[in-house]
Design a protein around this ligand. Sequence first.
Ligand SMILES: C[S@@+](CC[C@H](N)C(=O)[O-])C[C@H]1O[C@@H](n2cnc3c(N)ncnc32)[C@H](O)[C@@H]1O
Length: 264
Amino acid sequence: MADTRALTRLARALHRRLEPPLTGLLLGVGRRLRLPVVSTRAPELARDLPRAWTRMLWQNELWRGNHWYGMPILQWPTDLLILQELVWEQKPRVIVETGTYRGGSAVFFASLLHLLGLDGRVISVDVHLAPEVAGSVARHPLGGRIDLVEGSSIAPETLRRVEELVGGEPNVLVFLDSDHTHAHVLAELRAYRRLVPVGGFLCAFDTIMKDLWDLPLGEPSWKEDNPHRAVLDFLAEDPAFEIDRRRNRLAVGFAPDGFLRRVC
Ligand SMILES: C[S@@+](CC[C@H](N)C(=O)[O-])C[C@H]1O[C@@H](n2cnc3c(N)ncnc32)[C@H](O)[C@@H]1O
């Protein structure tokens, strides 16, 4: 029998020193060998716990009541971490988001651009922008980086206004978080894909709805009518995009398979 303590020490030492793709490889090998450092000895837990936890946090509405830099934001922390990685990697000059709500995600993106020292801007679209939302965004220390656009995200006049504000800038990151019906998300993916450069990202949020439809705070219609199905339908018709599965790695989050990279 192998000395698992020595292997564990080796795996830990390598794990601390290696870059993510190599640690991923190491973890994969470790899992196969069932080393204690990387194996839970109960692989079903690794599969079932994230699902149970996500359903619990949805049912208890733990995603409500969170703030970013003083602004209410309807996001889960793991997703914000992944979005932060994308902004760091892409260094976008413009971030287009649909679904302003109360401005939290717009300020989140603006704060990342600010921290990066980039002269970037955020364009945030909502079908209804209450005056107090527009006011709190305008008064926010980072509000000067944010352009609010009122209108349905798929209406031709909204798309024209967004394109006008993008102004031909090629380095754009798109984040879709408005109406989460299949039809709307598919229409958004089709409409906003042209803003995304090769190597860039089109992010569709709340793909997790497919796993929440049977909860008391879910809707039976979500079983079929959800953003995840819109993503799959979009990918079937548009070979220029693919799911970046590495963005699923934190296991708990509202956007599994929702980070789409443009490959050509
Ligand atoms: C989930 S909230 C957005 C949360 C926000 N991104 C955040 O992180 O705090 C969805 C928002 O989409 C907006 N919305 C719904 N239908 C829309 C549409 N057709 N076009 C644009 N926005 C829409 C709603 O008014 C709501 O503010």
